[in-house]
Design a protein around this ligand. Structure first.
Ligand SMILES: Nc1ncnc2c1ncn2[C@@H]1O[C@H](COP(=O)(O)OP(=O)(O)OP(=O)(O)O)[C@@H](O)[C@H]1O
Ligand SMILES: [Mg+2]
Length: 232
């Protein structure tokens, strides 16, 4: 297994109220697999993804990535892990507004050990001709393609996507999903994606349904459907 999460627990304390968000969640993915996480709002999906990505910490449990248990890393080592291994894609793109498309990607490329060529990555997401534009001059789908370029330029082993199509219309969403599938095939990137859209789970190798901090269902798809055949 490339990614193995076991018995993951997490609570948040706000004032004198403790909210238990993850109650022993577990998932696993082989290298090059696509996993989808489904579940209602507030069920703990983003918390789970953020802990796997090293931007949040669990209270107990195991998160094995390769052969490293990242829950055991100190803050510096966790930062290295995140920088070297993880690409993040969010619903609202999170591009830096006063940097051009090319510069947004350069920021990540500059701090990576073995970055891919920026122009090649821009061509892969079909945004090379808009390299000198600013984010505000782009459509939502174009901005998301840039954020995918930014996530993959460091050649991450694991790409974590938190509702990457949540703000997009049907046809733009499908373009983004096709692009993620292409990244998975061409670069061998393992992908874990949160979505509210059950139809999207057809393109995954594994589907996990979260409810109240627990995995209540896990499905293995024998065939992952090409994104262009998904309808909703
Ligand atoms: N930093 C925090 N402090 C306190 N509570 C938090 C914090 N982050 C998340 N929570 C709580 O944990 C629960 C799970 O949040 P999470 O963001 O993981 O849900 P989600 O499944 O991603 O929901 P959505 O589909 O709405 O994005 C929620 O009740 C939320 O209020
Ligand atoms: Mg969320």
């Amino acid at each position: 297994m490339f990614l193995k999460v076991e018995n993951l627990k997490k609570s948040y304390n706000t004032g004198d109220v403790t909210t238990t968000v993850l109650k022993g969640a577990g998932i696993s993915l082989e290298k090059r697999e696509i996993g989808v996480i489904l579940g209602p709002s507030g069920s703990g999906k983003s918390t789970l993804l953020n802990i796997i990505g090293g931007i949040d910490r669990c209270d107990s449990g195991i998160v094995l990535v390769g052969d490293m248990d990242i829950t055991k890393l100190n803050d510096n080592k966790l930062t290295d892990y995140r920088r070297e291994n993880i690409g993040f894609i969010f619903q609202f793109y999170n591009l830096i507004p006063n940097l051009t498309v090319g510069e947004n990607i350069e920021v990540v490329s500059n701090i990576s050990k073995s970055p891919l060529n920026i122009d090649e990555v821009l061509k892969a997401v079909n945004m090379f001709d808009k390299k000198h534009r600013f984010p505000r001059e782009l459509s939502g789908g174009e901005q998301q393609r840039v954020s995918i370029a930014r996530a993959i330029v460091k050649n991450p082993t694991l790409l974590l996507c938190d509702e990457p199509t949540g703000a997009l219309d049907f046809s733009t969403s499908r373009e983004i999903l096709k692009l993620l599938q292409k990244v998975n095939e061409e670069f061998g990137t393992t992908i874990l994606m949160i979505t509210h859209n059950t139809a999207i789970s057809a393109m995954a190798n594994k589907v996990y349904r979260v409810r109240s901090g627990e995995i209540v269902e896990s499905i293995v798809n024998s065939i992952a459907v090409p994104a262009e055949r998904i309808e909703w």
